[in-house]
Design a protein around this ligand. Structure first.
Ligand code: DQA
Length: 143
């Protein structure tokens, strides 16, 4: 089982962002937590601040991965291009947000990429990634 986890813009600076919203962990610690929890799964962790790179990562995943977990960060609310890449992706894509988007500013309620993901998890901080792996495992193994 191979899963690619893609984190979008500013998530490389997670530890500098509002702890109440974003856990206070850095992205390396979250990635280690995921690997430690699911030892039998092979993960590739990608973080990019570039829309272009995120699209290419989605495109290149279909041949060699079983699924994708993506936190597109601010691109979630703006990027039709990432949405379209998810739409044509042949493997399952689950979206994660650390914060509870429904409790935040109105502009974060526009979920452009999530409309093409299988579903999204929002508001469970770093544990959202664990929930997403579990959801993806169920989707892949029950196919
Ligand atoms: C986020 C929520 C987005 O609105 C924000 O721009 C982020 C992080 C989250 O994980 O809660 O950068 O995707």
């Amino acid at each position: 089982m191979k899963i690619k986890i893609i984190n979008g813009p500013n998530l490389n600076k997670l530890h500098l962002r509002d702890k109440k919203l974003y856990s206070g962990y850095n992205i390396k610690q979250i990635n280690e937590m995921i690997s430690n929890e699911f030892k039998s799964i092979e993960f590739e962790f990608v973080q990019s601040n570039s829309e272009d790179e995120i699209i290419s990562e989605i495109h290149s995943s279909a041949e060699s991965y079983d699924g994708i977990i993506i936190n597109p960060a601010a691109f979630s609310h703006t990027s039709i291009a990432i949405r379209d890449a998810i739409e044509i992706c042949k493997i399952p894509v689950v979206e994660v947000h650390l914060s509870n988007l429904s409790a935040r500013e109105n502009f974060r309620h526009t979920m452009i990429t999530a409309s093409k993901s299988l579903g999204y998890i929002s508001g469970f901080s770093q544990n959202g990634y664990l929930i997403a792996v579990y959801a993806l495992l169920k989707i892949i193994t029950e196919k």
